[in-house]
Design a protein around this ligand. Sequence first.
Ligand SMILES: CSC[C@H]1O[C@H](OP(=O)(O)O)[C@H](O)[C@@H]1O
Length: 362
Amino acid sequence: MEIDGKPYRTIWVEDPGKTVGVIDQTKLPHVFETLTLASLEDAAVAIEDMIVRGAPLIGATAAYGFCLGLNADSSDAGVSAIYDRLYRTRPTAVNLRWALDEMRALVDNRAPAERAALAWERAAEICDDDVEISKAIGRNGLALIEEIAATKPAGEAVNVLTHCNAGWLATVDWGTATAPIYMAYEKGIKVHVWVDETRPRNQGASLTAWELGRHGVPHTLIADNVGGHLMQHGLVDMCIVGTDRTTAQGDVCNKIGTYLKALAAQDNGVPFYVALPSTTIDWTVADGVREIPIEQRKGEELTKIAGRLETGEVVTVDIAPEGVPVRNDAFDVTPARLVTGLITERGVCAASERGLKGLFDR
Ligand SMILES: CSC[C@H]1O[C@H](OP(=O)(O)O)[C@H](O)[C@@H]1O
């Protein structure tokens, strides 16, 4: 998308075959800074420290991390070490495993000397494909927004609630949950977004609000616990969220707090949609609550918060008693029964095995 009139993706090749550029998302919204990834470790740390985050972008970064690793060691042992290092960066988003499996399958039966060039080509394809997939998700989700817009009084906006950041910053471009929103906005449909701040890392406040603001999409930042209340008062027409891993039966793993939003949506008859690329479907898992590994992140994400002083300096402060015990589950699983539909690049389907197999011929 554009930042101050200049088109950006979230990841790009800087020095062909040697380095990759990314936006440092830990610095947003206060500072826009890019980083150069020049090694496997650079890419692995960028994922672990959430310099880049969001399932599709994690996959894209892992693909380029594979390339950077091969630049240093393209032997069979090197391929295994690269795979293992990147695989253990974050456990929940299945795009990571998908991308690593794609890259390893590509190079496994090729001569070591050929591997890096092949990998750089494939990583670029993965990124280009991700953009096209996001645009297709946008078109398919746009139809749902248009359906609701047709029922609204003239001049009233369609109010969409989203959780965390499933925006263009979570993908290579366009986003998943935000792609239909951007397309509706571009088409002149009045749309407004309730942006969950999304504790503890505040991806909504720091990323979704930033990217929607940069693009001019009307939005309102809300505390995570406000959404249900707004739904009770008829102020939410639909929810669209992203996902890090959706199971073969349609259970949706997403940022912590998504499940509670889905419960409130069901209780208030608000359609609850999940936007996802097929690369986020884990066909090997059925029961998401029992089978999806949920990332446990460090306690500091709850006990500390970063902010900008009036001087412009960005500082981090403690917001909890020193040494307080913390549990920080980064994701939860919304059972398929609470999901109205899955918005994929191939169309919208029921959150069910039948729905997904109908779209993906599995
Ligand atoms: C389009 S995937 C977005 C998905 O990823 C986020 O998690 P994180 O910021 O920890 O990588 C969140 O669950 C979003 O819904």
